[in-house]
Design a protein around this ligand. Structure first.
Ligand code: GCU
Length: 607
């Protein structure tokens, strides 16, 4: 299964040691008749230049991995029928990360494509062929860092820095020719496994333990990208236990890894996950800002704060996290989620790049220095469970290389490479994929409110599933109104933004519809700008979402997908239709029972 590289028929052989050797192999197989010369120039790093030369030969100039990226660019361009004008390119972000949430027992937290490609029975264990195939996929999408274990580090994952270090080193070696460096999620309290009674980041014994450990780890894996840390979040240990802040914690690790060029990627997903629903003062979206903004400028040079793109947790629609705009003296990464946790479990179609581009409307590309995305990969034959979910992995790579990437071109390129359909069919598939997120949004939780999912597994509707729970995710629907006022007159969340952004959302009469219930508490009879009442808009969106899913199913089944994709797509589309109907009926019934207001168009709402 070669996904978008189907036309590279021959597997990458074992024994290629450098990106340049791999580039030569790929070019010789892709174009046996074309003379391609590689000119390595280390100063170009990951960048490359492709020059057509007189006589039909081609030169790729680039740094040691740049030549490989140049080779894939040339190969994929030609597969797409584009022939070479000179082109020069370099990635916008130095770290273009995939974060795998794989556990040593082979399960994957929020994994929807099978089991781990790296772990089995408590140990690192992999199929070398698949690792080479994965390396090829990542490199051809321009991705260069792979964090291989879950941010929730449970035993025996700590052994990656202990007894399993040689195996980790062997895995790092397997990825090296692809320009992919490994990263490891670490347990902040790991020194306590060695008999140190504390994990206090200011304790000298703790600091020394991390220094020794980093020394051992980098001696085995000199190009390890760094450590990823989830601390004081959802039960994970962290500096708060010792009355320290997150700069104390991150800087302690940063000092330990700095001599080896390592980076500490420190996640900012910190909030009170033991909230009482009766407490109306605490508003979860405010948490990241409250925990980090005051630390701006306090972090070491090799610390990157990794911030989820929205202030909640990967919902279908969330505003951009204000933290991404508010820490100008700190290195930041934006965290996306390819794994379709709240977005259809890789059963429902959900193409993400339109959503990512919306984030960039408010996020200047220079405010962050790296992109990370939770992996949607697993050991299913097609790697992403739903064959069409691979579009998210590929287009994420394009975006991480160049945030100016055009969504339509990126999706069309993926379709062309993957299926090679005739132009009209390619156009149809591209437009289905591009509309899939909006359709999903319509039949699930309304107008930015989020969280109306089944608790824990997060698939399917359950409007009050999280309402009286501990997680701070409430919609407060009653018989008159729904939503939470997050303006300055309410919880004050909006005050975390610069005024030019805050003013777009403050007034419910001018706030963009799709964010309306994220920011405001409104009565069901509130008149929206198009003249509809809020309740009518909720009904309409849900009926439309279901209808559009039906139309999508029809259009998809008319496309000539090859097997085995065709079968999997059909089977998942059936499930999606069922899911869309569940959502439409349950959400409409929920609001109808509460409000008592009938649908103006008299459609069936079950009571
Ligand atoms: C979500 C997700 C968890 C995950 C967490 C995180 O809450 O449901 O499974 O651990 O995000 O990002 O750390």
């Amino acid at each position: 299964m070669n996904l978008w590289l189907t036309r590279l028929k021959e597997p990458v052989p074992a024994g290629l040691e450098t990106p340049a050797e791999l580039a030569r192999f790929e070019l010789s197989r892709a174009f046996p008749d074309v003379q391609v010369e590689l000119a390595e120039q280390s100063a170009m790093g990951e960048g490359y230049r492709i020059d057509p030369l007189p006589g039909g030969s081609i030169r790729i100039t680039g740094g040691s991995t740049g030549v490989l990226y140049g080779a894939y660019r040339l190969i994929l361009d030609r597969f797409c029928g584009e022939t070479a004008a000179a082109v020069e390119s370099a990635p916008k972000y130095a770290l273009r990360m995939i974060d795998c949430w794989d556990n040593p027992d082979g399960t994957i937290e929020r994994g929807y494509a099978g089991r781990s490609l790296f772990f089995r029975d408590g140990k690192l264990s992999w199929d070398p062929l698949r690792i080479r195939e994965l390396g090829r996929l990542l490199a051809s999408a321009g991705l260069n860092v792979l964090c291989i274990n879950n941010v929730n580090v449970h035993f025996p994952a700590q052994l990656l820095l202990e007894d399993d270090l040689p195996a980790l080193s062997a895995l790092a070696e397997a990825f090296r020719p692809f320009g992919v460096r490994l990263m490891v999620s670490v347990d902040f309290s790991q020194p306590m496994r060695s008999g140190i009674p504390t994990a206090d980041p200011l304790d000298p014994a703790v600091r020394e333990w991390w220094k020794q450990t980093a020394g051992r780890v980098w001696a085995e894996i000199p190009d390890l990208a760094g450590f990823l840390v989830k601390a004081d979040s959802e039960g994970r240990p962290g500096p708060f236990t010792y009355g320290r802040n997150h700069a104390d914690g991150a800087n302690m690790l940063a000092e330990a890894v700095a001599p080896y060029g390592g980076t500490v990627v420190w996640r900012c997903f910190v909030y009170n996950c033991r909230q009482d629903w009766r407490d109306t003062k605490t508003d979860r979206p405010k948490a990241a800002w409250e925990n980090y903004a005051f630390l701006d400028g306090e972090f070491a040079a090799n610390v990157i704060l990794q911030v989820k793109h929205g202030p909640f947790d990967f919902q279908v629609r969330e505003p951009l996290s204000p933290l991404l705009l508010g820490m100008k003296k700190t290195k930041l990464a934006m965290e996306l989620q390819l794994a379709q946790e709240y977005t259809g479990h890789q059963i429902d179609l959900y193409t993400m790049i339109p959503m990512w581009k919306e984030l960039y409307e408010e996020l200047p590309a220079d405010s962050i220095m790296s992109l990370a995305a939770v992996s949607n990969l697993g050991d299913d034959a097609n790697y992403t469970g739903h064959p069409l979910a691979a579009v998210n992995l590929y287009t994420y790579g394009l975006l991480a290389w160049d945030p100016g990437t055009d969504p339509e071109e990126a999706v069309a390129r993926w379709c062309r490479l993957t299926y090679g359909f005739a132009p009209a069919q390619e156009k149809a598939l591209t437009s289905l994929l591009l509309s899939s997120r909006r359709i999903y949004e319509k039949y699930t939780a309304p107008l930015g409110i989020g969280w109306m999912v089944n608790p824990h597994d997060h698939y399917g509707p359950n409007p009050s599933g999280y309402e009286y729970d501990l997680w701070g995710t409430y919609h407060k629907a009653d018989r008159n109104a729904v939503g939470i006022d997050r303006t300055e007159a309410g919880t004050g969340y909006l005050a975390q933004y610069p005024e030019e952004i805050a003013k777009k959302y403050r007034d419910p009469n001018t706030c963009p519809d799709l964010y309306l219930l994220f920011y405001h508490r409104l009565s069901y009879t509130f008149r929206m700008r198009d003249g509809r009442t809020l309740i009518q808009r909720i009904y309409d969106d849900h009926f439309e979402g279901l209808e559009e899913t039906r139309a999508m199913a029809g259009a998809l089944t008319g496309l000539p997908f090859p097997e085995p994709d065709a079968g999997v797509i059909r089977e998942r589309m059936e499930k999606q239709l069922y899911n869309a109907r569940e959502w439409c009926d349950i959400i409409n019934t929920f609001f109808h029972r509460l409000s008592g207001i009938p649908d103006e168009r008299g459609r069936t709402i079950y009571d």
